[in-house]
Design a protein around this ligand. Structure first.
Ligand SMILES: NC(=O)c1ccc[n+]([C@@H]2O[C@H](COP(=O)([O-])OP(=O)(O)OC[C@H]3O[C@@H](n4cnc5c(N)ncnc54)[C@H](O)[C@@H]3O)[C@@H](O)[C@H]2O)c1
Length: 410
């Protein structure tokens, strides 16, 4: 078991891609005074005047570890991803080169765009692969650090829960029988929880959002959270929609479209993988606007989300929103939002915050779904099936701060 008094925290990421390497490089640059960790609440926030940095692990005490299905160092990935400038990368090149991914658990049926991957664990069944991940985790733990796992791997094909996901006993049988409905991200989540390592899922894949793994997390007292980092378009949506609702302005339609040219965009170009993202992005408006309680204003909304893979853009995503609203006497108006964002620049501080806060929750003995972290997710994981989850960013921030305040008070 982890020594909670250990000073260092190691952030383990299944997936050594654009987001995770941007996080790593950013932490290294901030430590050297060559960049500021902008966008991180745990760096810039406070509770009743007490800086959150007093409650969480210092940037100086953060280490990294990763798994990936391609054998490239964090430096090679960061250079290829084109998020950070050559000058920034040069300043931390040696540290980034030292981070090499362990072989991943992978099956191309879940991410067909990466079928050519070649850095993959081999085993007779999924339980054997989980055991190999456990051995990796224990090797990391041997250095005496606290551990937390944040999944930054590619979006998996859309998955509806089946019987194998219904309870822990069925899930463990499924791991031994190679059940085709168990995805690689679920094997990572299982291995993490079994080893007492908090697990958060940044991708829209179902992953830990299944009864079997919730049961396991509660049984082992391990924090879990998900899913899908709330970064660009959905962040703006969950800022704007509560404002329009506050003024009781009506909404007839919300059309959201994106162009994106990184590997994430390439994976999401496949309909099975896009479906996971679409489901995650679509849930937001209904929950925010509650059309059943406001039929005149929100009872007849058309909500569409599109993502197009467009290589020239790389990581610099452009997200357009066309919002058809109406006011007094139903007179129509339009709002256009064009967010020229940088995907990984928005996601990196979220991974840092999640890692620190999942660790804080773990040190406070909070097992199971950490609903106070819904602030960070497009599709916050409910604590029980059918629970109405909060999407309003400002309400989410209050819930988050309240939970941190309680943990700080011990
Ligand atoms: N950047 C954002 O704003 C944002 C927002 C929300 C969610 N996300 C999600 O975060 C994830 C990471 O995004 P990214 O831009 O870094 O993508 P990326 O494609 O650059 O990185 C993903 C990495 O995961 C690896 N991978 C795939 N399957 C794996 C497996 N089974 N085991 C280990 N590694 C595996 C890939 O090889 C790749 O290196 C994606 O799922 C994305 O949808 C990103």
């Amino acid at each position: 078991m982890t020594d909670n008094s250990a000073r260092k925290l190691r952030i383990l990421t299944p997936g050594l891609g654009a987001v995770s390497t941007t996080l790593m490089a950013g932490v290294m640059l901030a430590r050297k005074g060559l960049g500021k960790p902008v966008g991180s609440l745990t760096e810039y926030g406070d509770i009743d005047g007490v800086p959150l940095t007093d409650l969480v692990t210092s940037l100086d005490d953060i280490e990294f570890g990763a798994w990936d299905i391609f054998d490239e160092s964090a430096y090679e990935v960061a250079a290829r991803s084109g998020v950070l400038s050559p000058a920034h990368l040069a300043a931390v090149e040696d540290e980034l080169r030292a981070i090499r991914p362990l072989p991943g658990v992978f099956d191309p049926v879940w991410v067909q765009a990466l079928a050519h991957a070649d850095h993959i664990k081999q085993g007779d069944n999924l339980m054997e692969l989980a055991d190999q991940l456990t051995a990796d985790i224990e090797a990391f733990r041997a250095a005496g650090e606290r551990l937390v796992m944040i999944s930054c791997m590619s979006t998996e094909a859309y998955l509806e829960p089946t019987d194998v996901h219904a309870d822990l006993a069925s899930f463990e049988r499924g791991l031994k029988n190679n059940d085709p409905a168990i995805s690689p991200s679920q094997v990572y989540a299982y291995a993490a929880i079994r080893a007492g390592v908090p697990y958060a899922n940044g991708a829209p894949s179902l992953s830990v959002d299944i009864p079997a793994l919730v049961e396991m997390a509660e049984l082992h007292g391990v924090p879990i959270a998900g899913k899908d980092f709330k970064t660009g378009q959905t962040l703006i949506k969950t800022i704007l929609a509560p404002g329009l609702k506050s003024r009781r302005l009506g909404i007839r339609g919300w059309f959201s479209t994106n162009i994106l040219g990184n590997r994430d965009g390439e994976v999401l170009d496949h309909p099975d993988n896009f479906r996971s993202k679409e489901v995650s992005k679509l849930g937001v408006l209904d929950s925010l606007l509650q059309p059943e309680d406001n039929p005149d204003l929100y009872g007849d909304i058309t909500h569409e989300v599109r993502i197009n893979y467009y290589p020239p853009r790389g990581d610099d995503k452009e997200g357009w929103d066309n919002i058809d609203i109406f006011g007094w006497l139903n007179y129509p108006m339009q709002i256009k939002v064009d967010f020229l964002c940088r995907d990984s620049i928005l996601a990196a501080p979220i991974v840092l915050d999640l890692a620190r806060l999942m660790d804080l929750a773990n040190r406070n003995g909070r097992g199971g779904v950490q609903d106070f972290l819904g602030y960070y997710f497009k599709s916050p994981q409910p604590t029980y099936a059918g629970e109405r989850v909060e999407h309003n960013l400002f309400t989410q921030e209050e819930i988050l701060m309240d939970a941190i305040r309680k943990m700080a008070a011990g």
